[in-house]
Design a protein around this ligand. Structure first.
Ligand code: GLU
Length: 448
């Protein structure tokens, strides 16, 4: 082991002890540290001033009680989180996740990833994340509203246009952002549109924000394919999930000539050999909030499976767009055996380290989430720009900006990987490119 390797290993060891019981956070840090060893060997000054240690410690972690009353007049108590990880490049920025699996370790992993992702967008946004273990599934609209109001009654004092700007994530879409914004506006007694992103179009929202994560993931995939002289036209694509990211990844992939052969939700997966009827899928998931089996009941040529896995399908491209660690080592082997040559992560950290290793060994072009799914938060930053100038841009102009940002992220990841002798390794490329910008800003701003 070199000195740097030893230093990084001992730091990681300390991090495991100080953050016990947070496996997802450990996983996210381990992957970044692995890439950073290469930088530290070359540019040793990044090892000074406790930089790495400071980077892995959130600037602030807020945990709060969220009491609310259900439709039966029973008091329920959830836990709320906001981890304000790093504000060297701009106000904390990142989504809120409402899902029963949410705990501090998950919010820390997401917040940590967000720092590098946001840096890669090239826009002035720091990294943060929040959420709650509240499960919106099966709740009435009134229950969701009362929960959101209670959540914001605590959160509002910690956020602001220049301080921290939350948005959506799993379980938090346009409806929830509406309830959260309403309560913020009431408590702060001001219409501060820049305090949240993902807002409705008539009250400060941006066109393309809804589509942005899915579209951006496909633009990134398109760049990876072009680099190997291929394109999505005529390609077969698997998209896991059927939420906001998956739906718009499916829409854009099919617009570019691909056939999406499957999608899923937590109840099972749907095989669609002839492609997906996106309008029907939107109706089932966005309007009616039903399970994917409802899609199969209302169309021809699609089949529902609650056994096996969506990763058993054969395709050229796989876009995991559901949730963390949904794609394991065995799944990855199956995908490779079935011909997959490109994987881009629409979700945050959907591939396990074992899966990533399989893709590396088999020369699969792999777009990690912090690069491939940065389109959502990038368009949030565009929403902030429109709010700051009290303007609203057209769909085509905003989509053009998103497209350029995704192409730049690809270019940066590609060039950085080459610079560090890891051509084609977009994990190393994006980790290093994202890190350097934040690290330089932190060094310039002193030990804080
Ligand atoms: N939750 C999204 C993400 O993982 C978007 C965050 C935002 O728009 O602030 O990047």
């Amino acid at each position: 082991m070199t000195n740097i390797e030893q230093e990084v290993a001992s730091y990681y060891d300390k991090l495991l002890k100080r953050n016990a019981g947070e496996p997802e956070f450990h996983q996210a840090v381990a992957e970044v540290l692995d890439s950073l060893k290469i930088v530290l060997e070359k540019d040793n000054y990044y090892a000074d001033y406790g930089l790495i240690e400071r980077l892995c410690e959130p600037e602030r972690q807020i945990i709060f009680r969220v009491p609310w009353t259900d439709d039966n007049n029973q008091v329920r108590v959830n836990r709320g989180f906001r981890v304000q990880f790093n504000s060297a490049l701009g106000p904390y920025k990142g989504g809120l996740r409402f899902h029963p699996s949410v705990n501090l370790g998950i919010i820390k992993f997401l917040g940590f990833e967000q720092i590098f992702k946001n840096s890669l967008t090239g826009l002035p946004i720091g990294g943060g994340k929040g959420g709650s273990d509240f499960d919106p599934k099966g709740k009435s609209e009134g229950e969701v509203m009362r929960f959101c109001q209670s959540f914001m009654t605590e959160l509002w004092r910690h956020i602001g246009e220049y301080r921290d700007v939350p948005a959506g994530d799993i379980g938090v879409g346009g409806r929830e952002i509406g309830f959260l914004f309403g309560q913020y506006r009431r408590l702060a007694n001001q219409h501060e549109s820049g305090v949240l992103t993902g807002k409705g179009l008539t009250w400060g929202g941006s066109l393309v924000r809804t589509e942005a994560t899915g579209y951006g993931c496909v633009y990134f995939t398109d760049e990876m394919m072009k680099a190997r002289g291929e394109s999505l036209d005529g390609a077969k694509v698997i998209v896991s999930g059927s939420g906001n990211v998956a739906i718009y990844a499916i829409e854009k992939a099919q617009e570019l000539g691909a056939t999406v052969v499957g999608f899923s939700d937590s109840s099972g997966w749907v095989e669609t050999p002839n492609g997906v009827d996106v309008e029907l899928l939107k109706d089932v998931k966005e309007n009616r909030r039903e399970r994917v089996s409802a899609y199969v009941d209302e169309t021809q040529g699609a089949s529902f499976h609650d056994a096996g896995s969506i990763w058993d399908l054969s395709a050229d491209v796989a876009l995991p767009c559901a949730t963390q660690n949904e794609l394991g080592g065995e799944h990855a082997k199956k995908l490779v055996a079935n011909g997959v040559k490109y994987v881009a992560e629409g979700a945050n950290m959907p591939s396990t380290p074992e899966a990533v290793e399989v893709f590396r060994e088999n020369k699969v072009s792999f777009g990690p989430g912090k690069a491939a799914n940065a389109g959502g938060v990038a368009t949030s930053a565009l929403e902030m720009q429109q709010n700051a100038s009290r303007d609203s841009w057209t769909f085509d102009y905003t989509d053009g900006r998103l497209h350029t940002i995704m192409s730049n992220i690809f270019k940066m990841s590609d060039e950085t990987a080459k610079e560090y002798d890891r051509e084609g390794d977009y994990i190393v490329g994006s980790n290093i490119a994202g890190f350097k910008k934040v690290a330089d800003a932190m060094l310039a701003q002193g030990v804080i």
